[in-house]
Structures are given as structure tokens and as C-alpha cells.
Write a protein that binds this ligand. Sequence first.
Ligand code: NDP
Length: 333
Amino acid sequence: MADVNMSFKAVHDLAKSTLMTHGCDAENAGAVADIITRAEGDGCHSHGLMRLPGYVATLKSGKVNGKARPTIKKLAPAVVQVNGHNGLAPLALAEGRAHLIEAAKTCGIAAMPLIGIHHFAALWTEVEPVSEAGLVAFACTSYKPAVIPAGGTKALYGTNPICFGWPRKDGPPMVFDQASSVMARGEVMLAAREGHSLPEGVGVDAAGNPSTDPDEVLKGALLAFGGYKGSSIAMMVELLAGGLIGESFSFEAAMRDNGDGGPPQGGEFMLAMDPNLFGDAGGWADHAEKLFDKIKEQDGARLPGERRHTNRADNAKSGVAVSQIILDKISAL
Ligand code: NDP
């Protein structure tokens, strides 16, 4: 089925109005529409309009409060807790951001634990604005069990993405954002929808046998990237976004979840650092460029995030190609 060309505004309007029809207030709907539009704009379709049916499912089932108002509490001078009060993550993130930035610029380093949220998005949409404010930033979040601990047989960890942002003097920050599974579940869903098979080594079926069929892997489990090394990173994310901040581990989130197809309630951990307060205020930016230049001078090597920025510039001119299948699913809501 052919794709449909949409402007960023049309994507935003569709996302916002759909969410408002199903119980979000304007602030919550607008915050989710912002990150869906940014995902489509950067060519990250697995976290764009494709997520709308999942968001709507959580609103319809009553799991999420689409009118939740996040609250902010300083637990320590450099620890800004955001409680989403059972709402969707984007508004909690948007409202906490200025407090995190201010605390990091005052203290040099600050953390933002987010609790009581439902996270269904790409982390770069959250880290990039913090790095655009001149800060080094990190974020991670857990989900529901989808990844087998190295050597084990059953899914225990979420796909647990980690995202890191580095501000740059000229141009957008360098941001990488990656699941700790070999492939993000959203990418597996996309492959299932488009009828592509997966590369070897991505996941197993429900019986634990290696499979390249995305539908079977969605019923089974994913493998962590890099074997036991990625598995430890997935465990770290569980500890930071769950154990440290008084929120659920992925297996606990799943026990509470009603299985409506949307994101479970859980937590997120964000960190921000002011590079001007770490001992090389005059030099850090140029120094980092030397490293970036060395990477780019190698044929075939590039900085993470460059693909997205190219897509962003192209799509701003020509619009976004959205799958008709997704639009039909949204109409059916
Ligand atoms: P990818 O494997 O597609 O990309 C991971 C990172 O590597 C990106 O920053 C990408 O930059 C970079 N990269 C890719 N190729 C190269 C290359 N050749 N050289 C240098 N850098 C490169 O991402 P994943 O599939 O692991 O994750 C996709 C998304 O899913 C993420 O945004 C993540 O936040 C999200 N996610 C969300 C979850 C949630 O619960 N909310 C759970 C799991 C994942 P570029 O974009 O420029 O290609």
C-alpha cells in the first residue's frame, strides 16, 4: 500500500486530535503529539504515528489518566523528582526539563527521576533538548520483560534504551540512543507489519528457539546486544529507572499491567551535567570536536544522530511519508 505524504503540522494535528478524542486534555495530547511529530520528522517511524493506537488503548482501558498533572519535588539540591501521577511520559518530561537544567547549571550535575509515567517513545526526543541547553545528558527507561538475561531462557529485562547527548558549539548536539536489545521491539513490530524477516541473532520464539520471524520473536523474546555485556547494561537500566528511584522493574511493571497493548506504568532516570563546571570550561567543546573529526575522517564512519538530522532537514522540505496501513489503523480508532 502506498505511503501518504504529510506535513509536520498534519502529523501533529492528527496525533493531537486523536488523543483528545480518546480522553487526553490539550496539554497531554500536545506533549505526546510533539514527540510523535519529531519521531516522524526524523524518520524514526517505529516511534511515530505507529504508536498512536497503543496510546489510545491505554486511554480507553483506563490504565492511563490522560488529564494527569505532573508534580515536581526537589528531593535534594540536585535531585528533581517528577511524578507523572499515572499519566503519559511526555508532559512529565516537558514540565520537569527546565528544573533539571536549572539544577545542573547550579550544581554542575543533577538527576531527574521520573515516577508514575507510561513511556512509549524514543529517548532522543527528551535528551536532545537538554543538550541543546548546553548540557551533557543521559536517560534510560525500562519497559516490560522482552530480553533474556545472558545465559538465561526467559525474558526478564525490558528493551531498556540508553541515550546520551553531547552539546556542540556549531550545530545540533551529538545524541546516540539505543535499545539494550539487539533490536528495539518497535523495529521488530515494524518488520512484522511490513512482512520482513529479521537478521539472525535478534531473538527467539516462545519455545526459546532462534527465529528470524518477527511475529514469532514478538511472542518469544529478544537477545541483549553484545551478549553478557549488553545484558549488564539492561540490568543497570532496571536498577537506575526502577531500584534507585522507587519505581518498578520491568517484571514488576508487567505484573501490574492490564495488557492493553500500551506502555506499562514505570520510571525513567535522567542525568544532566554542565560541561562548564567540570574543569575545562574554555576547552571542552573544541576538544570534543577533535574526537568527532577523527571519527569522521575514517571512510564509512559517522556520528550517531546524523541520519536523523539528514532526515529532519529533508522532511521539513518535502513532508513525511506515512504508511497508509498506519493511517487506516488510526482512522479505525
Ligand atoms: P538503532 O540501532 O537504530 O540506532 C542506535 C543508535 O546508533 C542511534 O543513535 C543511531 O543514530 C546510531 N547509529 C546507527 N548506525 C550507526 C552508524 N553506522 N554509525 C554511528 N552511529 C550509528 O536504535 P535501536 O533500534 O536500538 O533503538 C531505536 C529507538 O527505540 C531508540 O530511539 C530508543 O529510545 C527506542 N526505544 C524505546 C523504548 C521504550 O521503552 N520507550 C524501548 C526500546 C527502544 P542514527 O539515528 O543517526 O542512525
